[in-house]
Design a protein. Structure first.
Ligand code: AMP
Ligand code: GLY
Length: 423
């Protein structure tokens, strides 16, 4: 069949790499894609949120499945757009409905869902510009540090964790009245701080049945030792060594199952990935967020460990027959290290020629922010490449990725040298 994959990052290159291995995939288009996807599929110069253009393309090319990588098209309702259009409704979209995507699009909506379905999460309240003074009073009832979350999508930057009460109150005013994160912070969720280790649980669901994918941990900060600004993620490891069967059992019975049951109870159509952000507090898993897509760079370690045919899984999701397929997981570890443009996550330059990729044979190079210019691969984003390796354990895998990064060069390239050191 002909499949259209939406997105342009390392996550999408990893999806594409896996999907073209399926005998079910005859032709793969990626919109807009990157230099990595161009090498294995056909890139289409089309925005992942231009639904009209997507419609025209899908009809013209006889596309029979659409797989959505990033959250934007989902939050904007691509699933419903297809469902409500007579010429598109026979084409499955892998991703949640617009209301399902609101679990990522609105922190308040996610908190209400969690509370309604008795899923463990931090205590909270939410405030608007009208109730800002109540919010300041609420902060005085909490212990520091204070967690302030912009309700809407803020490109991963909308969460502030502040030690000082007065500063937290000032920031709350900045968010609600000063529009610090624009429209996204017209509502703010104030949450109890959870002290523990973070991990992510990835689930693929057809809205009724679900499969839990391998666990992964990412490294969010730009600097070594987890310092400096937040990024999209600077590296990832799978599996997560501290997640044992007992913890996994708790995650499944207390969090995953009630989440999928919650979709059914609330009548939420959901055929796609759920990425559950958790904090492990004294071996009690507590939800801090839902994302309605796979993580990036987590996908670059989770998908390489999946032995099952991904397209067959997507077909089963579309038909609500996910219970008929068993997952087969590679027992090896996988790690990925992100190579980024100097300056990221702040200002950085693009268009730097990348050399040495062809010298890498025993790691997988997933492209993120790259493009082709006159036949040359050049940088085109903050996060540029993800170098993924397998190993009998994560140390072996990490060593391989670092050895291979030494073969790559572009002007002002940067990467963290401490991925996995904390494990
Ligand atoms: P989120 O966008 O909700 O994942 O939040 C971004 C980051 O803030 C998370 O990855 C955590 O490191 C941190 N965080 C969010 N909520 C809490 C919380 N209630 N307690 C402690 N840290 C949190
Ligand atoms: N790596 C975190 C995310 O994709 O949101």
């Amino acid at each position: 069949m002909t499949i259209l994959l939406l997105g342009s990052g390392g996550r999408e290159h990893a999806f594409a790499w896996k999907m073209i291995q399926s005998p079910l995939c005859e032709k793969l288009f990626v919109a807009p894609g990157n230099a990595g996807t161009a090498a294995i599929a056909t890139n289409v110069a089309m925005s992942a949120t231009d639904f009209e253009a997507i419609k025209t393309f899908v009809i013209k090319e006889n596309v029979s499945m659409v797989v959505v990588g990033p959250e934007d098209p989902l939050v904007k309702g691509i699933y419903d757009y297809f469902k409500n259009d007579e010429s598109l409704q026979h084409i499955p979209v892998i991703g949640p409905s617009k209301v399902g995507a609101t679990l990522e699009g609105s922190k308040e909506f996610a908190k209400e869902f969690l509370v309604r379905h008795n899923i463990p999460t931090a205590a909270y309240d939410s405030f608007t510009a009208e109730t800002v003074e109540k919010g300041c009073d609420f902060l005085t009832t909490l212990q520091p540090p204070y967690v302030l979350k912009a309700d809407g999508l803020a490109a991963g930057k909308g969460v502030l964790i502040i030690q000082d009460l007065a500063e937290a109150q000032t920031e709350l005013r900045n968010m609600l009245i000063g529009q610090k994160f624009g429209e996204a912070s017209s509502k703010v969720v104030i949450e109890e701080f959870l002290d523990g280790i973070e991990l992510s649980c990835f689930v693929l669901t057809d809205g009724k049945n679900y499969k839990i994918l391998p666990t992964a941990k990412d490294y969010k900060r730009i600097g070594e030792g987890d310092t400096g600004l937040n990024t999209g993620g600077m590296g990832a490891v799978s599996p997560v060594s501290f997640v044992d069967d007992v913890l996994m059992e708790k995650i499944e019975t207390r969090i995953v199952k009630p989440t999928i049951d919650g979709f059914q109870k609330d009548g939420i159509e959901y055929k796609g990935f759920v990425f559950i952000g958790l904090i492990n507090v004294n071996n009690e898993p507590i939800v801090i967020e839902y994302n309605v897509r796979m993580g990036d760079p987590e996908t670059e370690v989770v998908i390489p460990r999946l032995k099952t045919d991904l397209v067959a899984l997507f077909q089963a999701v579309a038909k609500q027959e996910l219970d008929t397929i068993d997952l087969e997981i590679d027992p090896r570890s996988a790690t990925t290290i992100m190579v980024v443009s100097g300056g990221y996550p702040e200002e950085y330059e693009k268009g730097k020629e990348i050399s040495g990729i062809e010298k890498i044979t025993d790691s997988i190079v997933f492209h993120a922010g790259t493009s082709l210019e006159s036949g040359k691969v050049v940088t085109n984003g903050g996060r540029v490449l993800a170098i993924t390796s397998y190993g009998e354990d994560f140390k072996e895998a990490i060593k391989k990725s670092y050895q291979n990064i030494d073969k790559i060069h572009f002007d002002q390239m940067y990467f963290r040298r401490d991925i996995g050191n904390d494990l």
